[in-house]
Write a protein that binds this ligand. Structure first.
Ligand SMILES: C[S@@+](CC[C@H](N)C(=O)[O-])C[C@H]1O[C@@H](n2cnc3c(N)ncnc32)[C@H](O)[C@@H]1O
Ligand code: SF4
Length: 454
């Protein structure tokens, strides 16, 4: 257990310890601030390392934020020196590096010096600059903007790496009729929202539903989406694609679908329990082509036993299919994923090479990075990046990542958010993760959402 005289810094410091897979038991931390200088000392392995940073804070919020920043940086510098490792995002442990960059820019400062001070690599600092550029024209902080999310937590089978609350349809089929009834009730009694910016039906794997079931959801959305805004169906896995479901999506105005490969290596697909082949993904692309949707394709770097060459092959194949969006995730293992039970720690194992290749290849093919986020427990402490062809950035992804618009989320395991810009805060309302509890609580949820958005 890391010991500190400033308990409020403990979780932040543990985030840094985790990045290095270091042994926290040996670390003792002393913190102080005298109104002018932040002081951090770490004792480990019998040696003490001291850091001083002059900074005059103006209020309590700034005090907390700077205390976290400089203590994390100090520990990062110690562990980096002791392990000889530099991490791609340095001492930044937050989920949204762009938010920090936007905050610096809002204060009238170039964000780059801060990123450099925090040990972020030059490549990642430039990536953030490109993401901000890629969001231009889509990113908009204005009250009264709202996105609509519809959660369909059903899947054909469970992939080994996935920790989402979703279960194989064979186990959850019995709940589908009641779930659809609850969803449509939520949608039919939706609180008044401002300008609808986008709709996203996600999961899960929405295409695992039967066509008549999918149509129930599409019909309910049709009543609300009167302005023709972006409309994504995360169709998902190619093993559940049919022409009938694609035609329904077209008939109800869907503008964007996801055909997710994760990898184009059959060996990898089998290892991660996807139950489809790379050829199935190619067939799904072919099947979807006549409908004219924008297409997103998800890939994951660092999947079980996948070599750098296999991953490069997946990037090359995705690029050759020329979807409007390609999202490159870094494997992240959380509780709930089967793979987590089998894997102690995530290794760097070629990750840097994979990420560097994806950036170079996608950039050369004319894609721009347009959203970016990180999670805890990511292989090699890297990130997830959404890439887009010019003018095709997904509004929903930008809004969710930057928390720049309200999000009205219906279904189980869905988090609604109300952005209160004036007060610089966000009110959240989560729904139960498991389906039976959601079904029991749906009336309460409807009332709470009316209040949140009222
Ligand atoms: C909510 S999932 C839904 C996608 C859809 N069901 C499918 O699998 O095709 C969205 C995306 O998150 C990514 N993802 C899920 N679990 C992940 C993990 N453990 N590490 C990295 N990315 C993950 C995958 O790329 C996946 O396509
Ligand atoms: S990755 Fe997609 S298909 Fe696989 S279990 Fe997760 S949500 Fe379901």
């Amino acid at each position: 257990m890391l010991s500190t005289n400033a308990q409020f810094l403990h979780p932040e410091l543990m985030d840094v310890v985790r990045l290095f897979d270091a042994d926290a038991r040996d670390i003792a931390h002393v913190f102080s601030y005298d109104g002018e200088t932040f002081f951090n000392a770490f004792t480990l392995g019998g040696d003490t390392y001291e850091f001083k940073r002059a900074y005059h804070v103006r209020n309590d919020l700034e005090y907390k934020s700077m205390a976290k920043r400089y203590s994390k940086l100090a520990l990062y510098l110690v562990l980096s020196e002791l392990t000889g490792k530099k991490l791609p995002w340095g001492a930044l442990t937050g989920i949204r590096p762009t938010r920090l960059a936007y905050a610096e820019e809002a204060a009238g400062r170039d964000f780059r010096p801060l990123f450099r001070e925090m040990g972020v690599s030059e490549e990642n600092t430039e990536l953030v600059a490109r993401v901000i550029e890629g969001q231009r024209g889509v990113y908009e902080r204005r009250e009264g903007n709202c996105d609509l999310f519809i959660s369909l937590p059903f899947c054909p089978t469970k992939c080994t790496y996935c920790s989402f609350i979703t279960a194989p349809i064979a186990r959850t089929k019995q709940f589908v009729p009641a779930y659809l009834e609850a969803l449509t009730r939520e949608l039919d009694t939706m609180p008044a929202i401002g300008c609808l910016r986008s709709v996203y039906i996600g999961g899960g794997t929405p295409f695992v539903l039967e066509p008549e079931e999918l149509e129930v959801v599409l019909r309910a959305v049709q009543k609300i989406r009167t302005n023709g805004c972006e409309f994504t169906v995360e169709a998902g896995r190619p093993d559940v694609f049919t022409a009938q479901k694609l035609a329904l999506c077209r008939d109800y105005g869907v503008t964007r679908i996801c055909i997710n490969a994760q990898s184009f290596s059959d060996r990898t697909l089998e290892a991660i329990g996807r139950k489809h082949t790379a050829a199935d993904v190619l067939r799904a692309f072919e099947m979807a082509a006549p409908y004219g949707f924008d297409v997103n394709c998800d890939l994951i770097a660092g999947l079980t036993g996948e070599s750098v060459e296999e991953f490069m092959g997946s990037i090359d194949t995705a690029v050759s299919l020329a979807p409007e969006n390609i999202t490159v995730h870094t494997l992240c293992l959380k509780k709930g994923a089967k793979l987590k039970e089998e894997t102690e720690t995530l290794s760097e194992g070629g990750m840097s090479e994979m990420i560097a290749y994806s950036r170079q290849k996608l950039s050369a093919a004319g894609y721009e990075p347009y959203y970016l986020y990180r999670q805890k427990y990511m292989a090699g402490a890297h990130e997830n990046v959404g890439w887009t062809k010019p003018g095709k950035a997904c509004v929903y992804n930008v809004d969710v990542m930057e928390e720049s618009a309200d999000n009205l989320a219906v279904g189980s395991n869905a988090i609604s958010k109300r952005v209160i810009l004036g007060e610089g805060r966000i009110e959240r309302l989560g729904s139960p993760k498991d389906i039976p509890t959601y079904l029991n609580k749906v009336d309460e949820l409807i009332a709470e959402k009316q209040k949140l958005f009222g």
